[in-house]
Design a protein around this ligand. Structure first.
Ligand code: PRE
Length: 411
């Protein structure tokens, strides 16, 4: 039940069913600075509904008890009909796609990043990418890393496959609760459902409880399942808001193994955010992905382009290059040094490197660094340049913006 990915980029409202038309990754020439062309997109007005998406109006007009998420199958139908099935306004231009159902941490991040938007629940990460690519949403907000669990690899892989742009980042402080049907005692719980990241974040706690863990698509979805199916002896790891939305009792709170549990989310748009300001009043971050030439020292050379210019690198992540996962070592690629080297013709894995650094594409030193990087990177793509979130986790998941009228975080 883990999210997976495949995708399409389209500029029309026309429905695309063939997800294999994905903007595939690093086969073409370098694309440094590719994000610098179009103008940034923004606008915000109306459309938000308190408490999330209302229940689905079924095909016969019946109202179901709980909201339904956008799925690949729904996307493949006519767009307006799809929105109608989700009981969402087809007139609202400001939808923000997120993975999960109302009460998910991703919904809180979406509300924080796009305060005036209507959250569009999607059942998989990839569906959120598709909703944005196909103009069913104006933004998508997706988790990219967690302070305890690390990177969310599926989102990194999807970033490469879709031609979307990172235009913001935001973070949510994740405070997990153990939720069950009202009247349940902690000792009666034998099975616990949640998102794999959430289960990992409360691993120590659940070990002590000696329960069976079961992964589902999102935390709030787990709560919804326990409530709707009236699962006795089963608990969900989810937010306090999920308990309120689905009528569950909070058996325990703050159960994550480490108190500081923050998830960083990225905000995606079809258009890049362009700044010509070489010294913006708020620091910017730029995210890139690149491959390397063969041979020793290539990663060192690549990263030195930032160090040489005093550019602060905030993150590096390597992922298998799925389109070309195995490299055959070329003759001459082993370097001139003495010692053990891989002989020509032997094979090794091939990687892509995702790097975040502080700076904008308008800054000459960043432009020079990327130009320099192209010398060792046969493939280079800018994923986005965007204002940095400087207050990690300042929005508590117990008090998400848009519910208490106070928060209006920005991304
Ligand atoms: O399941 C949710 O509530 C989500 O929003 C997903 C997600 C994740 O993918 O990491 C987000 C924040 C928490 O770290 C746990 C789960």
């Amino acid at each position: 039940m883990m999210p997976s990915g495949r995708g399409v980029a389209s500029r029309s409202m026309a429905v695309q069913t063939d997800a294999s038309a994905a903007a595939e990754a690093p086969t073409g020439p370098s694309a440094a600075g590719g994000a610098a062309a179009a103008s940034g997109s923004s606008s915000s007005s109306g459309g938000a509904r308190a408490g999330g998406v209302p229940p689905l109006r079924g095909l016969e007009g019946a109202r179901l008890a709980s909201p339904r998420s956008l799925t690949t199958a729904l996307i493949a139908r006519a767009t307006n009909k799809t929105l109608d099935e989700l009981n969402m306004s087809s007139k609202s231009p400001n939808r923000v796609a997120y993975q999960g159902v109302p009460g998910a941490y991703s919904e809180m991040a979406a509300r924080k990043a796009c305060p005036d938007c209507e959250p569009l629940p999607c059942d998989q990460f990839e569906v959120a990418f598709q909703a944005l690519s196909q103009w069913m949403a104006e933004w998508a907000v997706l988790p990219i890393e967690n302070s305890l669990g690390g990177s969310i690899h599926a989102v990194y892989d999807l970033l490469l496959r879709y031609r979307l742009h990172i235009v913001g980042e935001t973070s949510v402080s994740v405070n997990h609760c153990l939720l069950a049907l009202p009247g349940t005692k902690l000792g009666e719980v034998t099975r616990v459902l949640s998102h794999p990241q959430a289960l990992a974040q409360v691993d120590g706690y659940l070990r002590k409880l000696k329960v069976v863990k079961e992964a589902v698509d999102d935390t709030a979805g787990a709560a919804q399942m326990v409530a709707e199916q009236k699962l006795v002896g089963v608990a969900a790891v989810a937010s306090r808001r999920a308990a309120e939305l689905y009528g569950l009792e909070i058996l325990d709170e703050g159960i994550q193994d480490y108190k500081d549990n923050v998830t960083r989310f990225i905000k995606l748009s079809r258009d890049p955010l362009v700044t010509t300001d070489t010294a913006p009043d708020r620091p910017y971050k730029t995210s890139i992905v690149f491959s390397l030439k063969q041979g020793p020292g290539q990663l060192f050379k690549a990263l030195s382009v930032f160090a040489l210019r005093d550019i602060d690198m905030t993150k590096i992540e390597s992922r298998p290059m799925r389109s070309n996962p195995i490299l055959t070592v070329e003759s001459g690629a082993a370097g001139a040094g003495e010692g053990t080297a891989m002989p020509a013709g032997s094979q090794r894995f091939n990687y892509l490197f995702y790097v975040d650094f502080v700076g904008t594409l308008a800054e000459p030193r960043c432009q020079n660094a990327l130009r320099h990087l192209q010398e060792s990177a046969p493939f280079l793509r800018v994923l986005g340049s965007y204002p940095m979130d400087l207050e990690l986790g300042v929005v508590d998941s117990d008090k998400p913006p848009g519910f208490d009228g106070s928060g209006s975080g920005q991304a």
